[in-house]
Design a protein around this ligand. Sequence first.
Ligand SMILES: C[S@@+](CC[C@H](N)C(=O)[O-])C[C@H]1O[C@@H](n2cnc3c(N)ncnc32)[C@H](O)[C@@H]1O
Length: 405
Amino acid sequence: MMRMHRNLVFAVWDGLDQIFNENAYADKVVEKLLRRDKRWGSRDRGFIAETVYDMVRYRRLYAEIAGVSAPYSRQDLGRMFAVWAILRGHTLPDWKEFAGTPERRIKGRFDALQESRAVRESVPDWLDALGAESLGEAVWDRELRALNQQAEVVLRVNRLKASPEQVRESLSEAGFETAPISGYPDALRLLERANVFGSEAFRSGWFEIQDASSQRVAPLLAPEPGMRVIDTCAGAGGKSLHLAALMENKGQILALDIYANKLRELKKRAKRAGAFNIETRPIESSKTLKRLAGSADRVLIDAPCSGLGVLRRNPDAKWKLRPEFVEELTRTQAELLNSYSQLLKPGGKLVYATCSILPGENEQQVARFLDSGAGQAFRLEEEHRILACESGFDGFYLALLNHTG
Ligand SMILES: C[S@@+](CC[C@H](N)C(=O)[O-])C[C@H]1O[C@@H](n2cnc3c(N)ncnc32)[C@H](O)[C@@H]1O
């Protein structure tokens, strides 16, 4: 077990202060923290990142055991940290901050709080109620537990540039061991958590970081070389890049988003990946879309969603989400299905995907669309609810709809 150095522990507290009290995004905070001291090695960085994430995951549980509430003072954060350390079996350093930490009481409180799922798994009460009502108690129980585990790092090999064997070999030479994942032809898992962004293979565009569940989206759309595909919610382009690889760079991918800055990031990634058939276009008005009506062989709607399937990666979302926001997202998704489905040519295919596990954003959303006027031209071919507790990867939902015209 590693010795806890003051500057590492203080970095964790600083990070938590920003995330808990100032509502900053955990990934951004951690990224910045890790740049603080050049002398930190990979173990130090690992300690900071993993401790911050762990404490974000179990914020409610640790706060309850420590008897503190938001906004958290420095002393409160110190107490929560002590709870984390005791429960994880670390020996606390003999600093004045930890003097008198009631070790036995902490363990006793932990055992007593196991009764309440919302506290044990650290989610707001409204979210616990919504999950249980939507998925049923037993499934929600298992799913919530799975969503509190640390996610593995999964890569998607970019077949425009390399084969899985080449990527494995190149990463192995750089000291990173990987293994294929059965059922996911382009995926490799990192056997040990590490930062692979500095590797030669990454800089050369041989792979992207993309969860295995997310890698199921583009293949479901069955894009073929030469087709015209519209990725309507392209963001920074995780799926667009995958589509380009499946299309062997032939045909055209039109990547849309309401945020031009995300599309700029997509452009950069496409360049590194050697994906030349992606054109980006920010949606500035309804005219952008009108011109494209009936023009696509394939349409992907990778919709904005609650992100409840990816809590393993973004645990702070539990505390940022609000019930009104989930409702608003649900309305937006219905609008997107209604308008973006019009972009298809008769006979084309549409995939609607979310990284949520709530039926209200998924199955029910698609069912409502099929009942609506615009939905009359579509038939549901396949739908997949991917749970983290069953797949071992992110929670996702995918629906394939065929245009019957
Ligand atoms: C789940 S994310 C997309 C992730 C991306 N497809 C990827 O694979 O990396 C949803 C995206 O939808 C975008 N978005 C939100 N409202 C939109 C709208 N009305 N039309 C198009 N895109 C929208 C968001 O900016 C965000 O980038």
